[in-house]
Design a protein around this ligand. Structure first.
Ligand code: ZN
Length: 364
């Protein structure tokens, strides 16, 4: 019994320690809890900071002051929460006026949020780093009425390239490709200049003014010699059109001659320039014929006259059989290229194709 009493006493003596121990554990737990809570808060704060509230996005398109900045117009009050297709009234009027002042909206201010307004809003959004959904939501509206709203930026169209004067010898072939955005200056409608002197494969054949005027002179002289009619089949060709022609040829070789794609491309390259490598892109080249589908142009009186006289009007026979090795193009007796009289006469007298003539000039 003594032993058991002793044990009981010992147990009783231990209980305060147990209390202290429990208290310590509790305190530790509280501290851990508190730290965790603080940590969570911290994380929450961080998350809150990166939650996409409108302001950071708007700030991301801040621009250095530039002349296009337009003076701030106060937002309509009360500011609408959002405007979209179908919205109408004073708020839309103010929206349209603001878009108009910034150059985005050109239609009438009628207070009707239709497709015109939506497109204007879209462009504004695109140019301000906003999602371009055409809906004038809060972010779009606050940007629109802020001093960060910028005047519309219009992508400049490529500057036309002067192909006359000292550039008239512009060389275009398989190894001299024109830039994709190349557009010659002074393009005119051939029919508008040549009128009844010629026939036209289409009413919209174009060429560079100086070359078209020379063409008209040449055809007038031919007709005075009793040679006609003359038809202009091709003039200026855009890059897109060149691609179409090239693709059509490739397709035809593949279907009609059972060629593989690479065989068809090689065959096409014998007669059609790679897109961007066509001389027609310069606006200085024309394909002519006698408007007689039953006779090859090479067998017509028109061809005989052209081959003899084109040089006197500033044109050259650009692709002849005997220069095929140099030009890389099979003989095309219908294709004339304008280079101006000064050069065409020399090229005739020296029997040089354009590639050879440019090399010769460079050596002078
Ligand atoms: Zn041609």
């Amino acid at each position: 019994m003594q032993g058991s009493r002793g044990t009981q006493k010992k147990r009783r003596r231990r209980s305060p320690y147990l209390f202290i121990l429990l208290a310590v554990v509790l305190i530790i737990l509280i501290i851990i809890f508190a730290l965790r809570a603080m940590n969570t808060w911290d994380v929450y704060e961080k998350e809150a900071a990166i939650t996409p509230v409108p302001t950071p996005t708007v700030r991301s398109v801040q621009v250095t002051p530039d002349p296009y900045l337009v003076t701030n117009t106060p937002a309509p009050s009360p500011t609408p929460s959002y405007l979209a297709n179908g919205s109408e009234g004073e708020m839309v009027v103010q929206l349209q006026e603001r878009l108009q002042a910034l150059g985005y909206y050109n239609s009438g201010v009628d207070g009707q949020y239709g497709n015109g307004t939506r497109e204007a809003v879209k462009v504004f959004q695109q140019q301000h780093g906003l999602e371009a959904d055409g809906v004038a939501g809060q972010m779009t509206l606050s940007m629109l009425y802020s001093d960060q709203a910028r005047f519309i930026t219009i992508t400049p169209t490529p500057a036309p390239y002067t192909v006359t004067g000292e550039n008239v010898l512009l060389l275009v072939n398989a190894s001299n490709k024109l830039p994709d955005d190349f557009v010659p200056s002074d393009l005119v409608n051939v029919k508008a200049v040549c009128g009844d002197n010629m026939l036209y494969a289409s009413d919209d054949v174009q060429g560079v003014w100086e070359a078209v005027v020379a063409l008209n002179e040449m055809v007038t002289a031919a007709k005075a010699d009793g040679i006609g009619p003359w038809k202009v089949r091709e003039g200026y060709r855009t890059l897109k059109y060149q691609q179409q022609i090239f693709d059509n040829y490739v397709d035809r070789f593949m279907t009609e001659n059972s060629m593989s794609r690479s065989q068809a491309i090689s065959a096409t390259r014998q007669t059609v320039a790679d897109p961007g490598c066509s001389e027609h892109h310069t606006g200085l080249a024309f394909d002519l014929n006698a408007n007689n589908p039953d006779v090859a142009f090479v067998d017509t009186a028109q061809y005989v006259w052209l081959n003899k006289h084109c040089w006197e009007y500033g044109f050259i026979m650009r692709y002849t059989d005997d220069k095929q090795e140099i030009t890389g193009i099979l003989g095309e007796e219908w294709h004339v290229r304008y280079v101006g009289k000064e050069h065409s006469l020399k090229m005739r007298d020296m029997n040089l194709c354009l590639e050879e003539y440019i090399t010769w000039l460079g050596a002078q």
